[in-house]
Design a protein around this ligand. Structure first.
Ligand SMILES: [Fe+2]
Length: 430
């Protein structure tokens, strides 16, 4: 993977890891010890767990597996293993406190840099795995911060917000012609195991929403009886909605002055142009039925995001092969929330769909399964253990995904009742 000079690759990796940790620290810097150390919800880890888990993961994969060293703190391995210690119990453990966790992070990083200086990055895969792991935990930490209404928000300088595109385009379909396309990541470069192998499929023609569904359109659904009309809901979705008394997306509240929305930087009036966020798969599915539509399958999503009909090949990103930049997509966490739907016309995909990467993760109709020919990664527990009909796939990353992670073939997954993630949707039609 690393085609550059070994010393240069090690220096670049060290700088990238430094950048990742700078962000990790910026997310917790303004928060009190109590905010960092408390489990605010059974759905989310205490932030201090994420800090030490990031360190434990790096120690395991770079210092031990890549460098051949011993674990720095073997007695912590189980407590900071995501599988041995599920989220719901992380608040009850004798976790390291904030100062100890930060020290652990710093000590592991010193060991990592020693390994990189001595052995280089090898083929680069394990270093990339660790780097993306920290990026992904930063998104999880932002979910926890938003969900728990922690204030002040992260110490990030926000990007300027683009204007709304002038007109709602979320119910407007774009055509995707039928025929072959390729799905999944190619053989070269880093990709997670579940993105491979790249394969050809044939899809009938379909239509997909030009933009993700906005708050304004969702409000029409909410106020039009969307949460009361039994016929729009699946049996499981209806029971979930009834059990938890769900009547609107997560983070919404109705006040004397109208609907408000909790965002990472506080309450604000519901922004009609922004994509709806914090909806579950059950809600997304009901919304689609209410509109005589459906959720796209993930293959349809990927085809709409990447397939360039005339050369007959998949683009690396919706707009082409150049890496993400703020003109094209709201990624990188510094948007502090979704931008208005359709606000990044330079990020249009070949079929004209907007906002396929960034802003909100988009629920698809698909269960999370391995592609034919799937081979588990070195980190076996990353995907395979979640395959089956329990989890639904989300695509496209969110404003809280770092650019490096949010590729057009990246697959995320969650249970259909979950909405702590930055999850929205776009519609599809036959
Ligand atoms: Fe993790």
């Amino acid at each position: 993977m690393a085609a550059t000079h070994p010393r240069h690759a090690a220096t670049t990796a060290a700088a990238d890891l430094g950048d990742a940790t700078e962000r990790t620290l910026a997310l917790v810097a303004p928060l009190s010890d109590a905010d960092v150390e408390t489990a605010h919800s059974a759905l989310m880890s205490p932030l201090v767990w994420d800090l030490a888990h990031i360190a434990a993961y790096e120690d395991l994969w770079i210092v031990c597996r890549h460098g051949g060293g011993e674990l720095l703190q073997p007695q912590l391995a189980a407590m900071y293993d995501a599988f041995e210690t599920p989220r719901a119990v992380r608040g009850d453990l004798p976790l390291l406190d904030r100062a100890q966790a930060l020290r652990y992070l710093a000590e592991v990083r010193k060991r990592t840099l020693d390994v990189l200086a001595q052995r280089g990055v090898g083929n680069g895969e394990l270093v990339e795995l660790v780097l993306r792991h920290e990026h992904q935990h930063n998104e999880t930490m932002l979910q926890a911060i938003e969900l728990a209404h922690l204030q002040p928000g992260p110490e990030l300088r926000p990007d300027p917000r683009p204007a709304a595109s002038g007109g709602h385009t979320d119910l407007e379909p774009v055509e995707v012609p039928g025929g072959e396309c390729t799905i999944g990541a190619g053989r070269f470069g880093f990709a997670y195991d579940n993105e491979r192998p790249r394969h050809r499929i044939e899809l009938p023609a379909f239509r997909i929403g030009r933009a993700p569904i906005t708050n304004a359109t969702w409000l029409t659904f909410t106020e039009g009886g969307g949460y009361e009309r039994r016929e729009w809901w699946s049996d499981e979705g209806w029971s979930w909605k009834e059990d938890y008394d769900i009547t609107h997306p997560g983070g919404w509240a109705r006040g004397p002055a109208g609907w408000r929305q909790w965002r990472i930087d506080g309450w604000s009036p519901l922004n009609e142009y922004e994509p709806v966020v914090h909806v579950s798969w059950f809600e997304a599915d009901a919304f689609a039925r209410a509109h005589g539509a459906r959720l796209p399958t993930e293959a349809e999503w990927e085809k709409a995001a990447t397939w360039d009909q005339s050369p007959g090949r998949a683009r690396r990103y919706p707009w082409g092969d150049e890496p993400p930049c703020p003109r094209r997509a709201n990624l990188g966490q510094t948007g502090l929330g979704p931008h208005p739907a359709g606000a990044h016309p330079h990020g249009a995909s070949p079929c004209g769909a907007l906002g396929m990467l960034g802003d909100v993760w988009e629920w698809t109709a698909s269960d999370f399964r391995g592609y034919d020919g799937f081979v588990a990664h070195p980190y076996r527990e990353y995907s395979e253990v979640f395959f089956g009909s329990d989890y639904k796939v989300l695509r496209g990353g969110s404003w809280a995904s770092r650019e490096r992670v949010a590729t057009a073939t990246m697959r995320n997954w969650d249970l259909p009742l979950r909405r702590q993630i930055f999850s929205g949707l776009r519609l599809a039609w036959d």
